[in-house]
Design a protein around this ligand. Structure first.
Ligand SMILES: [Zn+2]
Length: 336
């Protein structure tokens, strides 16, 4: 079957074009069967620390206050996997006050600052990482730390592409065939590396910078991802495309009453709502990522031009000079 698809571009094209619709149909199956139109806020954090080092840092005390509020207010923190299973029609609906916690990028503070609080509050977390940085960049987690987190039974590690490119920018610089190869390599290399290092099913994706479109969704489905998350400030519901589930970007400003308001207005009853001024500021920041990569860690910009695009071009077309970079982009093995 795979060979037939490979040898017949028309069939392959049709399969890729149909894939998002099939996934969407699956996501809507609950509604068609008369299931409840659930609303579950998915929160996304990035990094933690004693002080706000950049726009993506949530201080560790603020994060702890979030966890305490969820506990005291009767919210049920569920694994992203449980929500996805429900949207795929294989699990019952989560309880009305459910919340999902995710964290993107694999910053080392996820181990040093977030892990102790996750253990204390016993909360499930899904971590989306890009493997090219793991055990290699000084700001990033190591594979051993990720394995230790996994062993707690509270963390699920999933894919955030191989090196966090801005697909919108890449599309401008590559011809259609190169672009498709580039996206596919980003998605499959990440999945394969995660599977080799951590085991388990790698089938959920966080779109880098929250950027996605129909073509990207088709390629992700073809790469065997069953769900993906983005950055759109609303609760995930049965009506969403499961390959573009919205998430609330949590920054340090979203604390106290702002955090409470976000949760109380995101879940529960349906109907449009007016975003608060804080939320509008966060949305603007998220949008800014489209134009200028906002992941700046220790003065090093992670985004459109680093690691270099040439890392993922096939070796047969790549000049010798760039092969060295490819070797550098392969995460080194950790001891043990
Ligand atoms: Zn990211």
């Amino acid at each position: 079957m795979v060979r037939t698809l490979r040898n017949n571009p028309l069939i392959l094209l049709a399969a890729v074009a149909a894939a998002p619709m099939l996934v969407l149909a699956g996501a809507r199956a609950g509604l068609e069967r008369g299931g409840p139109d659930i609303r579950v806020p998915i929160l996304v954090y990035h990094r933690f620390g004693p002080v706000v080092a950049d726009s993506m840092t949530v201080t560790t005390p603020v994060f702890e206050a979030h966890m305490q509020y969820l506990k005291d207010s009767g919210y049920s923190v569920i694994p992203l996997r449980q929500l996805v299973d429900h949207l795929l029609g294989t699990a019952p609906a989560p309880s009305p006050r459910s919340v999902v916690i995710t964290v993107d990028d694999g910053h080392r503070s996820v181990y040093s600052d977030m892990l102790p609080l996750v253990l204390r509050y016993r909360l499930p977390v899904t971590v989306f990482i890009y493997p090219s940085a793991i055990s290699r960049a000084d700001y990033a987690l190591t594979w051993e730390e990720l394995r230790e987190m996994q062993r707690t039974g509270l963390f699920e590690i999933q894919s955030h592409s191989h090196w966090h490119p801005n697909f919108k920018q890449e599309k401008k610089h590559l011809n259609p065939r190169e672009y498709e190869e580039f996206v596919t390599a980003q998605l499959t290399r990440s999945r394969d590396k995660l599977q080799a290092e951590l085991g388990g099913a790698i089938d959920m994706l966080a779109w880098p910078f929250g950027i996605y479109d129909d073509q990207l969704i088709g390629l992700a489905v073809k790469a065997r991802y069953i769900a993906a998350v983005t950055l759109e400030r609303r609760a995930a519901s049965t009506r969403d495309n499961i390959m573009a589930l919205p998430r609330f970007l949590i920054t340090n400003e979203v604390r106290g009453k702002a955090f409470e308001r976000l949760l109380s207005t995101a879940g529960g009853s349906s109907g449009a709502r007016v975003p608060s001024s804080t939320e509008r500021v966060q949305t603007l920041r998220a949008d800014a990522c489209d134009k200028q990569p906002c992941d700046t860690w220790r003065g090093r910009r992670i985004g459109a031009d680093w690691p270099p695009r040439s890392c993922l071009l096939s070796s047969s077309r790549r000049p010798r000079r760039q092969r060295t970079r490819d070797a550098l982009s392969t995460p080194r093995r950790t001891k043990g």
